[in-house]
Ligand binder design. Sequence first.
Ligand code: MG
Length: 310
Amino acid sequence: MFKSAVFNLEEASKEQFQEFLNSFDTVLSDCDGVLWINNNAIPGSADVMNYFRKLGKRVFYVTNNSTKIRADFAVKAQELGFIAEPEEILSTAYLVAHYLKGIGFKKKVYLIGSNGIGDELKAVGIRHTGVGPDNVKPDFKSMTQADLDPEVGAVVVGFDEHVSYPKFMKAASYLANDECLFVATNTDERFPKSTSIIVPGTGTLVRAVETCSERKALVLGKPNDYVRKFLESFGLDPARTLMIGDRCNTDIEFGVRCGFQTLLVLTGVTSTKDLEKMRTERKQPLPDVVLPKLEFGEKGCLQRRARPQG
Ligand SMILES: [Mg+2]
């Protein structure tokens, strides 16, 4: 309806806003930077998401975060005020397990990741090498074939705060075998920031393993369209789906690639300044509509327009 127009929904007329609300049946929302930052809900976002549900929209939470299992994500969402069930959470940890199970993978996974992926793999009966620090000899250069597990048939890379040089050595060594699969959760450069400290994202690790293995990972998270393929099995209609995100190069790119409508909020990674620059340069992907935040605020059109409907 507002194809790549970067239309500010706050400026929509009542009719335009109603038309917008009527134009989708399914809402996919990113989490970090849209609904919450770390463990703090972004004020008003739960009201909006719960209101969509009240209108009869189907809601899915689509996150590139791989550190939690779906049930734990659902609990976090619920504690922050969102109505959410585990089956509505599409996290990359779950997608990795779903993908490997779907292709009938029977071997073991060498995992650069955390408990989220480990537990989702375990839940579908796929073995992995474990999480946490890799306690190899201090002299990593003495690593030999004996340090590698012959049963490993895939390297999976997600967020891993214990990432290390020995882990990169092992991953690259497994991947020297062309038959070893190489799967990654996402390539986000950084986490949404709430302070001036930069927290490197999973993309940092994926690029490192791609570099030392001289291979390209199959990436399952946004902006890749594995999520769309997954949701189409539930009857998703891309043209009547809204993707909400805070980041143009993952969330909005994902929405554009999948043929969804897109709503950018400015509470996370992509700033007003970034968006202005993209707009001036007509740099894609541009969102269809934009809001400063996902909120039923006094100035927020969602409240102003939605109240009389509700
Ligand atoms: Mg985000």
